[in-house]
Design a protein around this ligand. Structure first.
Ligand code: ADP
Ligand code: ZN
Length: 707
């Protein structure tokens, strides 16, 4: 191999991936791999691991073998590469023997650069697992090999043979989650103990962090979503039932949501996941079973309806938002009841102490009064000096006040109740509630009953949680969660100790008028404004339908945003956009630039029906190319206008554009494919010989005949 310079790397990065610069440590990692050294990459979700092995693959003589655990997602990864003009394929047990043979041919002829395979299928590739064919092995989700990791998969065990069968080939192991012990274990299992290790920062600056008390969660979620029409999001719930209930409540409010959990059939789950990836379903209410390996880059927000059981899980789940680097939100609802429930789960499993400690850290995060990102990162051993400025605590720092009297009232109540009652009854007692919990035990006769009735129930809860956090009292989880006093309590009760508390954040109750407006709004489907971004998003969606690939694989939201701002009008300008490589310019540039021009023109002279303009020119006798030229659109776009007009019953001789034989081929395909609605299967069925626009015309004519 001739020497590869930084310039070469940057050129490929732009041409094949559309990006202008490397992120984090991508470049040094790539250089290390190109130097044929074994490599371990620990990078957060969305950090950009794929390019680390995909880009070197373009320089290697042979194939880069990519081990990936999820068959369901291989197609997306391969589609993404193909959309960038890189030849790649996958091999798995769900393929027909014919398809598998094609893969073998591609390997033998070295016509592909990357081959994706699940570990289970590796034995079937024995014949080609040698250095004549394989130049590099990348192991994605490498933590699955380690029993120390949180997602051990026995099928990963066999990967230890790779180094033996391919001693000269560099092995790259990549994962987003691996503590020190797991990292060591990965390297040992793969027999790459000398590998260069790259551990990137876990900070995902673009994800804003927020925690709210879990009052009226559903209503809060509905409001949150209504402010974000068309934005993809995930709501994580603790139970299957909760995912279903929430999804149905959202639907009642006109929000497009589906539930996902392990109780659904395999097919249902696959369909839901696919609909989400393809922007067909906006929101998924899911248990933690959802999300592993999903690369969808335009997830704009993640909500935790319930508190997760540890920070690792929380961080992995919120990491699914904002892979494209655009601002994204993570919202966690914190409830005392959740903590108690999680405790109960833990007490039924092994490894109790560790899990309890982890839950405690999670709870501290949720109840923090300092920058949340600092807490999060310090958990992963990373220290940041400055406050982040992108979490709720940074944005609304809590105000402290002298809460000594409040603390005294609460602690003496615990004392009077002989440390035998849980938080709810303690609050009832200080507030002087007249309910069974109080009267049955005669608590109304005790001293200090009702001394705190000037403070609301929720505010008392807020104060008691803070008192436990600060160690002035504690929850006896093993004794039905009753509140106990501590050494600190004594200081406050008897030694004049002072206590600082924070003011509860106000969550305004919805007024009647606001509720009415919300319900009315729910009946109208939320519509986004007519911005250029929305137009480009729609265009992207319609292309994704035709090509049967996920919309975000065509262009990410970040790229659409840049197109909206830069409004490129020439190929050079279009190519300069981040996320646009050579193939994407060639294939999509025309249509997107046409959409941008149409938008600009429309704004200039008020709206006009674009298809009608085409129709007018058509009637005047201009050819397709002339119309395209005059309107500054692609011929392909003009054809789609004509098809639309034809279906509407306008007088257009569409059959002039397609010969009888081609029409017959399309008709036959239509029969075989059982009226498949997307174009790509036709294109493939017809041996990729008939251009998309002709297929569309053929189908339009056939459709009209049956109308
Ligand atoms: P990971 O596998 O680490 O979770 P991906 O490889 O899927 O992350 O990358 C996340 C997103 O970031 C993708 O949309 C990818 O195209 C984008 N990306 C990767 N590298 C760069 C870069 N150098 N510049 C801009 N975007 C990038
Ligand atoms: Zn912060």
């Amino acid at each position: 191999m001739t020497e590869i310079t930084e310039q070469h790397l940057l050129e490929k990065l732009k041409i094949n991936f559309g990006y202008d610069s490397f992120r984090l440590e991508q470049q040094t990692i790539i250089e290390n791999i190109l130097a044929k050294k074994d490599t371990l990459v620990i990078m957060p979700t969305g950090g950009g691991k794929s390019i680390c092995f995909q880009l070197p693959a373009l320089f290697f003589e042979g194939i880069t073998l990519v081990i990936s655990p999820l068959i369901a997602l291989m197609k997306d990864q391969v589609d993404s590469l193909k959309a960038n003009g890189i030849s790649a394929t996958y091999y798995n047990s769900s393929q027909s023997s014919e398809e598998q043979q094609q893969v073998f041919d591609a390997i033998a002829n070295k016509t592909i650069k990357l081959l994706y395979v699940a570990p289970e299928s590796l034995p079937l590739l024995q014949n080609v697992l040698n250095q004549n064919y394989i130049s590099c092995v990348a192991i994605d989700e490498a933590h699955c090999i380690s029993a120390w990791g949180h997602d051990f998969r026995p099928s990963y065990k066999q990967l230890s043979f790779l180094k033996k069968s391919l001693p000269e080939v560099p092995i790259v192991a990549l994962t987003a989650t691996a503590d020190k012990a797991t990292q060591e274990d990965i390297m040992q299992q793969l027999a790459i103990s000398h590998a260069t290790r790259y551990v990137s920062s876990f900070n995902r600056e673009n994800i804003s962090l927020e925690v709210r008390p879990a009052n009226d969660r559903v209503q809060q979620i509905i409001k949150f979503i209504q402010r974000k029409p068309n934005e993809s999001g995930i709501v994580y719930c603790l139970s299957r039932k909760a995912t279903e209930q929430l999804a149905s409540k959202l639907k009642q409010n006109g929000i497009d949501a589906k539930s996902y959990h392990a109780g659904l059939s395999f097919d249902e789950r696959a369909k839901t996941q696919e609909d989400f990836i393809k922007d067909e379903t906006q929101i998924i209410c899911a248990t933690i079973a959802f999300g592993m390996g999903i690369d969808k880059s335009n997830v704009r927000w993640v909500i935790h309806y319930n508190m997760p059981k540890n920070i690792e899980g929380y961080y992995q789940e919120i990491g699914r938002a904002g892979r494209d680097g655009l601002p994204s939100q993570a919202l966690l609802f914190h409830s005392y009841a959740d903590v108690i429930q999680l405790r109960q789960f833990i007490s039924n499993t092994g490894n109790q102490e560790v899990q309890e400690a982890k839950l405690e850290r999670m709870k501290q995060f949720a109840e923090a009064t300092v920058c949340r990102r600092k807490i999060l990162l310090s958990y992963f051993g990373e220290l940041i000096g400055e406050n982040c400025g992108n979490c709720d605590v940074c944005e609304n720092p809590p105000t402290f006040f002298d809460g000594t009297v409040i603390a005294q009232k609460a602690l003496s109540a615990i004392y009077r109740l002989q440390q035998k009652e849980a938080m709810g009854t303690v609050i009832d007692f200080v507030r002087g509630a007249k309910n069974a919990a109080i009267y049955d035990k005669g608590y109304q006769n005790l001293k200090t009953y009702g001394v705190g009735n000037d403070i609301s129930w929720k505010d008392w809860q807020h104060y008691l949680v803070q008192l436990t956090n600060q160690g002035y009292c504690q929850i006896a989880f093993h004794l039905n969660n009753v509140l106990h006093l501590t050494d600190f309590s004594k200081k406050v009760l008897f030694d004049g100790g002072k206590v600082q508390l924070t003011t509860p954040v106000e969550f305004k109750k919805e007024t009647k008028a606001a509720a009415k407006e919300r319900k009315a709004k729910a009946k109208r489907t939320p519509t986004a404004k007519d911005t250029l971004f929305e137009r480009l998003r729609k265009l992207r969606y319609s292309i994704s339908k035709e090509e049967d690939i996920a919309a975000y694989l065509i262009f990410s939201d970040a790229t659409l945003k840049e197109l909206e701002i830069q409004r490129p009008q020439t190929d050079d300008e279009f190519l300069a956009i981040s996320g646009v490589g050579q193939r994407k310019l060639d294939v999509y540039g025309g249509e997107f630039m046409a959409e941008i021009r149409t938008f600009i023109n429309e704004k200039k002279r008020g709206k006009k029906d674009t298809t009608l303009e085409t129709y007018k020119l058509y009637q005047e006798g201009f050819t397709i190319d002339e119309i395209a030229d005059k309107r500054d659109l692609k011929a392909q776009t003009i054809f789609s206008h004509l098809s639309k007009l034809y279906l509407e019953g306008k007088d257009i001789a569409l059959d002039k554009f397609i010969d009888a034989d081609t029409l017959k081929l399309v008709a036959n395909a239509k029969k075989v494919l059982k009226d498949e609605p997307t174009l790509r299967p036709y294109f493939e069925f017809l041996g990729e010989k008939i251009p998309y626009e002709l297929i569309r015309i053929g189908l339009t004519i056939l459709q009209k005949k049956t109308l």
